[in-house]
Design a protein around this ligand. Structure first.
Ligand SMILES: Cc1cc2nc3c(=O)[nH]c(=O)nc-3n(C[C@H](O)[C@H](O)[C@H](O)COP(=O)(O)O)c2cc1C
Length: 257
């Protein structure tokens, strides 16, 4: 089992790392798991310049030469990926946001069909907004989000409050570890309503306005324009789930505007 943890804090051994490490240790008590960390702080990914070349011509033409491709390869090779970032003003950190932007082409040509988990730490406000923002990107990339950890971390680690918080966070880490471990054992999972709705939303948008040929060919090549395609891969979703996801996708289209 190979878990890749992509760390978005500028503080390498900060609260978010400690929380992720707790999940790692808890998972290792369940079985053999190999963890690899990518600290975006050390990766030196250049700032997306918004040139759109990755989206319009292909990611291979991105003029920024850095470690993006090798990160994509590592994501492809992992069984599951943890995305961890502190909450910054109700969202992901700048490092994590730039990482997401540098992979914007994957929103157009999804490829990460594997389990993911999100972790955030905050002083107590905005974690859920951060997790929602992150999940929109991850779902569009193809990830199935198996769990989200929203942990509060006090900067003053030696107070009685901090001790109680540590116990709460340990419980959160244990729950997260069990969920991720079980998900990896199961492998590719049934998509949820939201995942299916996001797929259908993009599919319908493509049907309405034909996308650029690079995206069209990619979607067509994967069979995603077929009438019975309701997700990136085969699902056992019954009629009710298919209809409900379709309705949810209409709702998402309205609120996404
Ligand atoms: C620029 C910045 C913005 C922050 N914004 C929030 C916020 O919106 N809500 C919150 O509860 N904490 C906020 N915090 C606190 C951090 O989320 C919190 O301390 C987190 O655990 C830091 O994680 P790290 O040690 O991994 O960097 C902010 C901290 C910084 C530096």
């Amino acid at each position: 089992m190979k878990v890749l943890a992509i760390m978005g804090s500028p503080r390498k051994i900060g609260n978010t790392y400690k929380m992720t490490k707790m999940v790692e240790e808890s998972m290792k008590s369940l079985g053999e798991v190999d963890f690899e960390y990518i600290f975006l702080k050390d990766e030196g990914l250049k700032m997306c310049t918004g040139c759109r070349v990755c989206m319009d011509r292909g990611e291979g033409f991105c003029p920024l030469k850095d470690g993006r491709e090798s990160i994509e390869k590592k994501i492809m090779e992992a069984d599951s990926v943890i995305f961890a970032s502190p909450t910054y003003v109700g969202n992901v950190s700048g490092l994590m946001k730039n990482f997401i932007d540098r992979f914007a082409y994957v929103c157009h040509r999804p490829r990460f069909f594997k389990n993911a988990m999100e972790i955030t730490t905050s002083a107590g406000g905005g974690g859920s907004f951060m997790l929602l923002a992150l999940s929109i990107a991850l779902r569009t990339w193809g990830f199935k989000i198996v769990h989200k950890v929203n942990a509060i971390a006090h900067e003053k680690q030696d107070t009685a409050d901090a001790e109680a918080l540590k116990r709460v966070n340990q419980k959160k880490a244990d729950i997260a570890a069990k969920k991720l471990y079980a998900a990896i054992l199961l492998g590719k999972q049934e998509p949820g309503y939201l995942e299916m709705a996001q797929f259908l939303l993009v599919k319908k948008a493509h049907m309405k306005n034909k996308p650029l040929s690079i995206d069209y060919d990619y979607w067509k090549g994967n069979g995603w324009y077929e009438k019975d395609a309701v997700y990136f891969y085969d699902t056992n979703a019954g009629l009710f789930k298919r209809y409900a996801s379709g309705i949810l996708s209409i709702f998402l289209t309205i609120i996404a505007k």
